[in-house]
Design a binder for this molecule. Structure first.
Ligand SMILES: [Zn+2]
Length: 240
């Protein structure tokens, strides 16, 4: 480690409690797929990966808990991901009027995306009050504190947005399938969903019960491949 300053060591991520059931289908038939990668460069102290024997969903257990990626290297990577995602979306949906960023934190994504979408109204949702600060500094126009599946949120966002984005959100919630359906519920018919995952293996199992298959089952059209870290889908005219 000589030559590496302490400030460049990524922070130890915080994990929630170990869960006994599959976050995707609720089955309790979980099997360890492989050990965590260990204290490797950029990936210290990973929790083990487990696989559901029923739906083949693969996820880290215990799961990551929500929190800001504080480390400069992590934040730089997140910023690059935001720019790439905005560029990917502008090709498919160049002029959305309204956009909800889910799990927005300090609204770093709306801030980055504004360069590509100067006329779009961005709203933000986050489980923490950070999103309220983001509204004060005008990074978002409307702020929701909570989860997409919370009743007070569902009623206010129903079929309201041209785009809904979820950055590394599904892998941090206890019921990703319900959150995904709620995200579709917040889209207008024909609206676009953007899902970005840090590690596709966490929520994108190579199996029909994965994220992409769920989107198709909900009447969406996939506009990207189903194995990458970013999925863009268009909601059908009569989808959920
Ligand atoms: Zn399962």
């Amino acid at each position: 480690m000589s030559g590496t300053s302490a400030s460049l060591v990524p922070p130890v991520p915080s994990y929630g409690p170990y869960r006994e059931d599959c976050p995707w289908c609720g089955s309790r038939r979980l099997r360890a797929r492989r050990r965590g990668d260990g204290p490797r460069q950029g990936a210290p102290h990973r929790s083990p990966v487990e696989r559901c024997s029923d739906c083949r969903h693969v996820f880290r257990n215990p799961p990551l808990t929500p929190g800001p990626p504080e480390h400069p290297l992590v934040r730089a990577g997140v910023r690059i991901g935001h720019v790439l995602a905005a560029r990917a979306m502008v090709r498919r949906c160049p002029e959305p009027e309204s956009w909800l960023d889910v799990g927005t934190g300090d609204a770093d994504f709306p801030r980055a995306a504004r360069a590509y979408f100067p006329y779009t109204s961005f709203d933000g949702l986050d489980p923490t009050p950070r999103v309220l600060r983001a509204r004060v500094v005008e990074r978002v126009e409307e702020a929701f504190v909570g989860r997409l599946t919370d009743h007070h949120v569902v009623a206010r966002v129903r079929e309201r947005y041209d785009v809904v984005s979820l950055f590394q959100y599904l892998e941090r919630v206890p019921d990703p399938r319900a959150e995904l359906r709620a995200a579709l519920g917040a889209l207008r018919p024909g609206g676009h969903l953007l899902v970005d995952v840090a590690d596709p293996r966490r929520v994108l199992p190579g199996h029909p019960v994965g994220l992409s298959a769920e989107l198709v089952a909900q009447g969406c059209t996939l506009l990207t491949g189903d194995r990458g870290r970013r999925v863009i889908a268009r909601k059908g005219a009569s989808a959920a």
